[in-house]
Design a protein. Structure first.
Length: 407
């Protein structure tokens, strides 16, 4: 495409003249550092724009950008300099969805927008993301971050986002969290300045086998005291570096967990740290817990042992119903979908699950012989794999491992 810059610019002029509203512009074949013509950034009729495998024009070219109608922008594997994204966002006064994938240069992003509702950054090298002022931001999704050097973490700072309801996939091994200018670390005293009260659905990626990561889980929960639904993705680590130490007994953490009604724990393998976490959260006011075992085809582990560990953890349940499903997808789940993440009609963007029920034979094999003899499970969250847990209520009483309620 680099040899056809004049033709491309002319083509874009024709699209502008026709008032094109949606455009997906991908450069193939490689290389991906072919400059985009400045003409693209003057198509004022665009409402939805996705660009892939390009190089953004220099700062002078971007200064002329004008997207008065643009509501959705996707930037995929695009070579760009620091500040380029901010320039485009500033030129898009009604932009609601910003999606970035495959940024390799070490993205430093400062979000200032009166209109943004959803920001998704996937499979990118990200140095920091600072939500400076985003009064309409509802969803902040950071998934599959790739770090330029071993041990590099992404600094995620939330300064002003009063409507932020969905936040994920926050990982203590990949992210350093800052709230209101304060860096959240183990032992820090909580205050009104270190909480984001608006977040209702939180997704965490945790390696429970690493004590330093496990200890940050209660610290993160303190920062989001009004979470109603908690998603946990248990990440596999090469080896534990010590005995898990999870302390959820302190008053502030106890109160921070009072609002959690539903938990979805994925990639369960029965590891010591996972069981310690479940034992700590089960006695709280949790109403429903859905445990999705890892797929042994991708992650070798003993299903029977994991199941026995889950039964052990369930002994401390007070009023929680536990549903057991098995993953049918790859380790860590399927790739993130920008479309699903920005679907505002979906009540939970983290709800995609590739799972199935245990058959009666499998349930008996792994040691659960009370299937159907306890309370039917009850859950209304849609699991967007073609089935929903509320649809499965009847089936769960027959074939799934439901631990039921306890007085």
């Amino acid at each position: 495409m680099g040899a056809h810059q004049a033709q491309l610019a002319r083509w874009l002029q024709l699209l502008a003249a026709k008032g094109v509203r949606e455009l997906v512009l991908v450069n193939r074949p490689w290389p991906c550092d072919v400059p985009l013509p400045d003409t693209l950034f003057t198509i004022s009729s665009l409402v939805r724009l996705y660009i892939g495998l390009w190089k953004l024009p220099d700062t002078a070219g971007l200064r002329g950008a004008s997207f008065p109608n643009l509501r959705e922008l996707g930037i995929c594997t695009v070579v760009m300099e620091q500040g380029d994204v901010e320039t485009i966002v500033a030129s898009s006064p009604v932009l609601e969805v910003l999606s970035i994938q495959g940024s390799h240069k070490g993205l430093r992003l400062r979000l200032v927008s009166q209109s943004l509702r959803c920001v998704q950054i996937c499979s990118s090298v990200v140095e920091n993301v600072t939500v400076v002022k985003a009064p309409c931001l509802e969803r902040l999704i950071l998934q599959g971050g790739r770090h330029a050097a071993s041990g590099m973490c992404t600094m995620v700072s939330i300064l002003d986002a009063p409507k932020l309801h969905f936040f994920g996939f926050l990982g203590p091994g990949n992210h350093v969290l800052g709230i209101g200018g304060t860096v959240i670390m183990a032992g820090i005293k909580e205050s009104a300045a270190t909480i984001v009260a608006s977040v209702k659905i939180l997704s965490l990626n945790v390696r429970f086998g690493l004590p330093n990561e496990a200890r940050m889980v209660p610290m993160f929960l303190k920062c989001f005291p009004n979470v109603v639904r908690l998603h946990i993705m248990s990440r596999k680590c090469n080896g534990s570096t010590g005995k898990p130490s999870l302390n959820f007994q302190e008053g502030p953490t106890e109160s921070a967990m009072l609002h959690i009604k539903e938990m979805y724990f994925r990639e369960f393998r029965g590891e010591q740290g996972e069981v310690a976490f479940l034992k700590s959260i089960f006695p709280k006011v949790l109403e429903t817990a859905v445990i999705i075992m890892a797929n042994p085809s991708f992650t070798p582990f003993s299903v029977a042992v994991a199941f026995s560990k889950l039964k052990e953890a369930s002994e401390v349940i007070r009023c929680c119903q536990v549903l057991l499903l098995k993953s049918t997808g790859p380790e860590g789940g399927k790739a993130w979908s920008f479309k699903e993440g920005s679907d505002f009609s979906c009540e939970d963007p983290f709800s995609t699950v590739e799972s199935s029920l245990f058959t009666p034979e499998q349930s008996k094999f792994i040691g659960f012989d009370e299937v159907g003899n306890r309370h039917d499970a009850c859950c209304t969250m849609p699991v967007r794999s073609g089935r929903s847990l509320d649809v499965l209520n009847y089936e769960l009483g027959m074939v799934s491992a439901s631990f039921g309620s306890r007085p």
